[in-house]
Design a protein around this ligand. Structure first.
Ligand code: NCD
Length: 307
């Protein structure tokens, strides 16, 4: 039963519950007009303490397409956070007005705190360099739809694996499906955190390899998940400048990849995928953004317990 639940960590839901959400998303994709009114009279609050395009817009579009309404803030200076209000008090207030809330926050754990004080479902839309479970739902629905299944893949994750919350959540979630292998491509300084390696990969005996060069491994991949170097999480600008262009996927590199490999990216892209790649049939990141809206429609409907 998903009604009334929070989604803070990708492991909060079982794989059967994920499946329930994907099934509904697929149904909505096939028959959107049947879902146009299911959230009538319901309000979604978006509490964004950090910048966002896709996540916030796709949540808002999702609620509007379900017939509900949205309210919220897209930067904390326009809310009482600027006066020093705590997340606990903000959510208790928002819960008086809305039926479901989505929160993005630079501090790891902030949406978790909110969920502990909330009487309405709270969805984590990204907490610092920690987790981003609804991007993971997006990524999984994309992979499931295009690659016909969530197991038996060799997944290359490339870029900022240290601060990239989408990567942390995706590894956790994909580790639950059969026979997935991970190739972790990053500079030394941006390697995957030890806790993911120990508590997720090693603990579950999942095969993984850490490399620095994309060219060495690109021919082995079924999925290449590119990420942006997370400038806002760096302690100094010099390190960011030195590392920001560590990987640039271009036509020459893509030539070596399998014909049916797919390139995903949570977006926004900065430099890490050359624009020339966009016309390649393997580039699926804008499809991915679209799946994100449908999967959020399904998530909202399930957490609100409508239809
Ligand atoms: C990601 C995020 O916010 O973590 N963006 C998104 O939600 N699609 C990735 C990023 O900002 O690099």
């Amino acid at each position: 039963m998903l009604k009334g639940r929070h989604l803070i960590d990708p492991m909060d839901f079982s794989i059967d519950e994920f499946e329930e959400i994907f099934n509904l998303a697929e149904e909505i994709i096939s028959n959107p007009e049947e879902y146009m009114h299911v959230c009538e009279g319901k309000l979604l609050a978006t509490l964004f303490y950090e910048p966002s395009t896709r996540t916030r817009f796709s949540f808002e579009a999702a609620m509007l397409r379900l017939g509900g309404k949205v309210l919220g803030f897209s930067e904390p200076n326009s809310s009482s956070a600027a006066k020093g209000e705590s997340v606990a008090d903000t959510i208790r207030t928002v819960a008086c007005y809305a039926d479901i809330a989505v929160m993005r926050h630079p501090k790891e754990g902030a949406p978790k705190v909110a969920s502990m004080y909330s009487t309405i479902p709270v969805i984590n839309a990204g907490d610092g360099g920690h987790h981003h479970p609804t991007q993971t739902l997006t990524d999984l629905l994309t992979i499931k739809s295009i690659k016909k299944g969530l197991g038996n893949h060799t997944i290359g994750l490339c870029g900022d694996l240290k601060f990239g919350r989408t990567v942390h959540s995706l590894i956790k979630a994909l580790s639950r499906y059969e026979n997935n292998k991970f190739i972790l491509i990053s500079p030394q300084e941006l390697k995957i955190p030890d806790y993911i390696k120990k508590e997720v990969l090693q603990k579950n005996n999942i095969s993984f390899l850490e490399v620095e060069r994309m060219e060495e491994v690109i021919d082995k991949l079924d999925i290449l998940y590119m990420t942006r170097v997370q400038r806002e999480r760096f302690f100094n600008e010099e390190d960011y400048i030195r590392l920001k262009d560590s990987y640039i996927l271009d036509e020459a590199k893509l030539k070596k990849a399998k014909e049916d490999m797919i390139v995903l990216h949570p977006l926004p892209r900065v430099n890490e995928i050359a624009y020339e790649i966009d016309k390649d049939s393997r580039a699926r990141y804008f499809d991915q953004a679209k799946y994100g809206m449908y999967v959020r429609m399904a998530l909202i409907a399930k957490l609100l317990g409508v239809k």
